[in-house]
Design a protein around this ligand. Sequence first.
Ligand code: GTP
Ligand code: MN
Ligand code: MN
Length: 343
Amino acid sequence: MDVMEELAESSEFNESKGPCLAFRQAASVLKSLPSAVRCLGAIQGLPWLGEHTKAVMEEILTFGRSFKVEEIRCDERYQALKLFTSVFGVGPKTAEKWYRRGLRSLKEILTEPNIQLNRMQRAGFLYYSDISKAVSKAEAEALGCIIEETVHWIAPDAVLALTGGFRRGKEYGHDVDFLLTVPEMGKEEGLLLHVIDRLRDQGILLYCDHQGSTFDVSKLPSCRFEDMDHFQKCFLILRLEEGQVEGERGLQRDPGDSRGWRAVRVDLVAPPVDRYAFALLGWTGSKQFGRDLRTFARKERQMLLDNHALYDKTKRNYSYRRLLRRTSLPIWVWSMWSLGREM
Ligand code: GTP
Ligand code: MN
Ligand code: MN
């Protein structure tokens, strides 16, 4: 399945959206299987496995490797784009631009005089070795405690939830995602800014990109999964001290590293309380699960789902109570999860 992720990534770099999605879907089906596939017969009848995927799997089962994937791994362009996009703030477009200028390593980018990095990319390079290391569950929990204390010091009735991969039970993640809100509508507006100020005062805010809410109730839902939601949010880099992490392993870092702290990427999202359930569902992920759920809503239920609401065909959105009574949304979620979509 890692092979499928690599194929998806390579298609993404080539702007082949169809194949990219197909390989991601194949990867999530393979991940959901109870055991490793040992013969082609085992994947007969499974959904989302197309000809391409099956051909790659046949190669692996027959020769123990895929020549197509090995070719991609050796490809200079793939290697460079993969390296460049591993920097926080660098997307495929910027990576491609750098590649076209003949740049191949991170050092070359930093020493090339004509390259202007934006603030996010500068932070990405500055903390590169830390934020490219996986974040453990113990580290995520430690950050959860810090943020909870900060949030509750400002608003004792605020609600904070750990979302993203850790809410799905993953042991490691590339960042830590949180949702926060307050019971009184509109009060969440100032809360996030207040939290950021307080993290800065504590000396643990290494980087902050705050995006105000662009939420407009009259706007139609966005059907494109790739479009970000309109909630107020911030992408942060926080400083986590060694003593704050429980467990024998402590901080995830290099063996010789004696700094006593590491940088961690954190996302905070602050939806208004009446959108909380949709935001929680959307931000729990996985991305593939979110995509599938939206497709299911549209194709099987003739409704539109995004991170803000579930809309009926007349474009009026459902309230919580009507949602539970009329649409059986929780049942869809449960049944899709139990069907083993990617966790
Ligand atoms: P790791 O952080 O790698 O462990 O995985 P993750 O699933 O937590 O991924 P990530 O932190 O990137 O995103 C968390 C969830 O937020 C995703 O699963 C998505 O549901 C949601 N999300 C993030 N980016 C987008 C986006 O661009 N569009 C939409 N619609 N949702 C997004
Ligand atoms: Mn995450
Ligand atoms: Mn995230």
